[in-house]
Design a protein around this ligand. Structure first.
Ligand SMILES: [Zn+2]
Length: 308
């Protein structure tokens, strides 16, 4: 069974400046770590993803917003909010990041690669329908979930998000689709301030695990597992996505969780097991946050090994 590592050189064109936590060094650390693990390197199918088209990005986003990002890039850049930068290369980077995850769906659905991980930036889970936010331009995973439903006829989709921040953008984009379920564990109270446990979305299809910082890692792992269980009671997904943010690893500069490599390994294996049981193993994972580059890369290696 092929497991794909999807990336695109254009993801490096999103220039936030070195003072910004979401810089290109986050992605560069991944191939560097992979070179030190030739066995893992050779076990993966390495693919360059495509660029999502404006029409594809408009599955999740309002078309005028997509055009605004394109036009802002073409003019040399600007800002969407205090932390969300658009540079000259951001349109190419955003379209490539979103496109890699669309390719992950295509690969899973036509059987070329049952599972994939997209090493992409900018991240996506804070991007709203008509606004970028929290370092995110386009909702890479939410958009791919809609693409799977509307272009591949996939019925039920499960998205799990273990980034330390609440995936408010993913929620905003998918909560109106009753066939998409969303599980997010995140630090609470913390940026962006949403994701309360009692928020179940208009169709009762979101499950939130807001957690304080600094607990023993097993607590996060167990509560996360319980929420995934709750989302799958009497309901079997046809495709599973992971919004894999590694800012939930201990020591991240933007988070206070204590997860370590062993926890990411087990959480990944559990999702692989669920995908094997529910949907022929089909699992599409994409990088979200994680701001200590070497530590993110180590976590990605463990995640990739567990996907295999
Ligand atoms: Zn995050």
């Amino acid at each position: 069974m092929a497991i794909a590592l999807l990336s695109h050189a254009d993801c490096g064109l999103h220039d936030t400046g070195w003072g910004h936590p979401e810089h290109v060094g986050r992605l560069r650390a991944i191939p560097r770590a992979l070179r030190e693990d030739p066995e893992l390197f050779h076990a993966l199918t390495h693919l360059e993803g495509r660029h999502a088209t404006p029409e594809e990005l408009a599955l999740a986003h309002d078309a005028p917003y997509v055009e605004r990002v394109r036009a802002l890039s073409a003019q040399g850049g600007g800002r969407l909010d205090a932390d969300t930068v658009v540079s000259e290369g951001s349109w190419q980077a955003g379209a490539a990041g979103a496109g890699c995850v669309l390719d992950g769906v295509d690969l899973a659905m036509d059987g070329r690669a049952t599972r994939s991980f997209s090493a992409v930036r900018p991240p996506g889970h804070h991007a709203l329908r008509a606004a970028g936010m929290g370092f995110c331009l386009f909702g890479n995973v939410a958009n791919a979930a809609l693409y799977a439903r509307h272009r591949h006829g996939v019925d039920r989709v499960l998205i799990v998000d273990w980034d330390v921040h609440h995936g408010n953008g993913t929620q905003a984009i998918v909560e109106h689709e009753p066939a998409i379920r969303f599980v997010s564990m995140h630090q609470w109270p913390w940026y962006p301030g949403t994701g309360a446990r009692e928020d179940r979305g208009p169709h009762g299809t979101v499950w939130y695990v807001p957690m304080p910082a600094g607990l023993p890692a097993e607590r996060y792992e167990e509560d996360w597992e319980r929420a995934v269980d709750a989302a799958m009671v009497g309901w079997t997904p046809d495709l599973i996505f992971i919004s894999a943010g590694f800012d939930s690893r201990a020591g991240d500069p933007l988070g206070g969780f204590s997860l370590e490599l062993e926890h990411f390994e087990r959480m990944t294996r559990r999702m692989v097991g669920r995908a094997e049981a529910a949907c022929g193993g089909r699992l599409v994972s994409a990088l979200e946050g994680g701001y200590a580059p070497e530590r993110v890369a180590e976590a990605v290696m463990v995640h990739l090994r567990a996907l295999l």
